[in-house]
Design a protein around this ligand. Structure first.
Ligand SMILES: [Zn+2]
Length: 603
């Protein structure tokens, strides 16, 4: 389809909210629709963010570059899903090792040649596949002279697809040839020269891929479909891709591709390509009024899974039962327990806490040599597992502030100074009372992303708390005010004195009076989140300290819950929205229910 034709299809959408799938959602949707073995959106342009999230309708634009990418991705996905791979031409591979692995995409015959230079002692060659002898052949002894010569043994063998380990062993089959008297240059003993593989011959086409079976639900082999089964398959494929029942007209339109093509398989490939560049697939279209059951199901699945509804959710919507509070609750619960809810942890959690940025940060290696890539991954894993446990284990959301457990392996436990955690595996750990850890505020990931590479910033941490825990982001600094030169801090004055000077400017005082004390309470954590009592020679002055800060936030847990609900709502709806009333004693799934069940969530 041409670019202009696609734009024409898009135009009528302006009356409604059309929310484009972002990169993650595109990958996840194609994965669930077609079991694609690759990430088709990997080279799409990065999605813009709004209100802190990259799934906001207003900012997800469609550029000509993205259109090109959609067309190319659709072509590749449809080709991979439908055209069976063609077997390679026979080729020659040589291996010098006794032991090696092969990667075979096709079942087929291979000629194996084993070359053995050296003295012509009587020998058997034993050829093994995955440690099991498959062929034992005597090596011909053309001469009984003690000279160097290369002998070989050749046979044909059929391999299945896979990654077999092949090995060759030379086993004596009699006494070695004895030396002749007066021999000056003794020949070397026989040894393996190389193993040569030629093939595949008579390859067998592999059974249809999983993607193929996702397109052709009829189950016939390629080349055995009828027009009738093409129609049934297309109707079902389009229903899943568009996340709603399709009309006969829509199926007729797609069948056009099949009727025009030489074979049904080719036609289905073109029809699939058309589906994948259709706005009905690329956009979630929500009308200005109330959502219908299918739109509601899609909103729920993109909220919790960043992907399309599965068959169960779709059927509940088709039976018009999804608005029943009991059934909605059960579906939310089921969906949060599904491994696909990892998307919520990564995409909502990673953007809410800003820990996604950890990938791109490089703390100053001269100050923090202990910050390795392994430690970075451990910090990310702790954050992921901690969020996941609150989401799945029905914990009250106030655990985000005050949990007395976390998830550690030996390396991260040592970094935190938590004893008795051994091994590389992460596990849930009850935190000792003096650990100074517990809750998101003391996660090393959070403390690192709210610091500069070389040192902490109470201003950034204070702003982080206001923004992400209290939904009270300070306005941007006023213009015409000299910027706080933070790079000079710690050189001519201590940070606290310097910030006090800055606060004496009335234009700055309001915000900094709120931000700075919050940030200073976390001064006992350095710029990669490690506990400290001194910064260089100076003792740390952390004001009330982190425990008091956590207690204060915990006392205000309804305020935190409102903040979390506001963030979740923005993420779920793809726009700013008004809030449900919450107290902080809710579990995560109750919060989801309050948000998705709100009158404004279904409009
Ligand atoms: Zn068929």
């Amino acid at each position: 389809m041409r670019f202009a034709a696609i734009l024409a299809l898009l135009l009528p959408l302006h009356a409604q909210t059309a929310r484009r799938l972002n990169r993650y959602e595109y990958n996840a949707t194609v994965r669930d629709l077609l079991a694609t073995p690759f990430q088709p959106a990997a080279d799409f342009p990065v999605d813009d963010s709004g209100y802190g999230f990259d799934n906001i309708a207003d900012v997800l634009s469609v550029s000509p570059v993205l259109m090109e990418k959609y067309l190319a991705a659709a072509e590749k996905i449809a080709r991979t899903a439908i055209i069976p791979p063609t077997p390679p031409q026979p080729s020659v591979q040589r291996f010098a090792a006794r032991d090696f692995h092969l990667k075979l995409d096709f079942e087929g015959d291979y000629d194996v040649l084993i070359a053995v230079p050296g003295r012509p002692d009587p020998l058997n060659v034993v050829f093994s596949i995955d440690g099991v002898p498959a062929e034992t052949l005597p090596l011909a002894t053309p001469t009984e002279k003690r000279v160097d010569q290369t002998r070989s043994s050749e046979f044909r063998i059929r391999f299945g697809r896979g990654n077999p380990r092949l090995s060759v062993e030379l086993v004596p089959d009699g006494p070695p040839i004895e030396a002749t008297p007066g021999e000056k240059h003794p020949p070397s003993p026989p040894h393996l020269g190389y193993v040569e593989l030629r093939g595949p011959y008579n390859p067998r086409t592999p059974p249809p891929s999983e993607s193929y079976r996702h397109v052709f639900l009829c189950g016939h082999a390629p080349g055995h479909h009828t027009l009738a089964c093409a129609r049934t398959n297309l109707a079902d494929l389009a229903r899943r891709a568009y996340r709603r029942p399709v009309t006969d007209d829509e199926v007729d339109g797609l069948m056009h591709f099949v009727q025009q093509a030489e074979t049904i398989d080719q036609g289905m490939q073109l029809a699939l390509q058309a589906i994948l560049v259709s706005p009905r697939f690329l956009f979630r279209i929500e009308p200005a009024g109330s959502l219908d059951d299918f739109q509601f199901a899609a909103r729920l699945s993109y909220f919790l899974w960043s992907s399309m509804p599965d068959e169960e959710l779709f059927q509940v919507a088709a039976q018009r039962r999804l608005r029943d509070p009991e059934i909605l609750r059960a579906q939310i619960h089921r969906m949060l327990l599904d491994p696909k809810s990892r998307a919520l942890v990564e995409n909502f959690g990673g953007q809410w806490l800003q820990t996604r940025n950890l990938d791109n940060l490089q703390p100053d290696p001269s100050k923090f040599p202990q910050f390795t890539n392994e430690l970075r991954r451990d910090m990310q894993q702790e954050t992921r597992l901690f969020l996941q446990s609150i989401i799945r284990d029905e914990r009250p959301v106030s655990d985000f502030l005050s949990a007395n457990y976390t998830f550690l392996n030996q390396r991260l436990a040592a970094f935190y100074g938590v004893p008795n955690v051994e091994g590389a595996e992460f596990r849930r750990v009850d935190l000792p009372p003096d650990s100074h850890r517990g809750g998101i505020l003391t996660l090393a990931s959070v403390l690192t992303v709210s610091s500069y590479p070389a040192r902490t910033s109470p201003v950034i941490r204070g702003k982080w708390i206001l923004e992400n825990l209290l939904d009270s982001a300070p306005p941007p600094p006023p213009p015409n005010v000299p910027k706080l030169d933070e790079t000079a801090l710690g050189v001519t004055a201590t940070m606290r004195q310097r910030l006090e000077q800055h606060r004496s400017n009335p234009a700055c005082r309001g915000c900094h009076a709120r931000m700075d004390p919050l940030g200073f309470s976390l001064e006992n954590y350095d710029a990669i989140g490690q506990w400290r009592t001194h910064d260089g020679d100076l003792p740390i002055d952390a004001g009330d300290g982190p425990d008091t800060l956590k207690q204060l936030l915990f006392k205000d847990q309804d305020r935190f819950a409102r903040c979390l609900a506001a963030k979740l709502m923005t993420y779920a709806l793809g726009r700013k929205a008004s809030l449900p009333s919450v107290t902080g004693n809710e579990t995560f799934s109750q919060l989801v229910e309050a948000i998705i069940g709100e009158p404004n969530a279904t409009k």
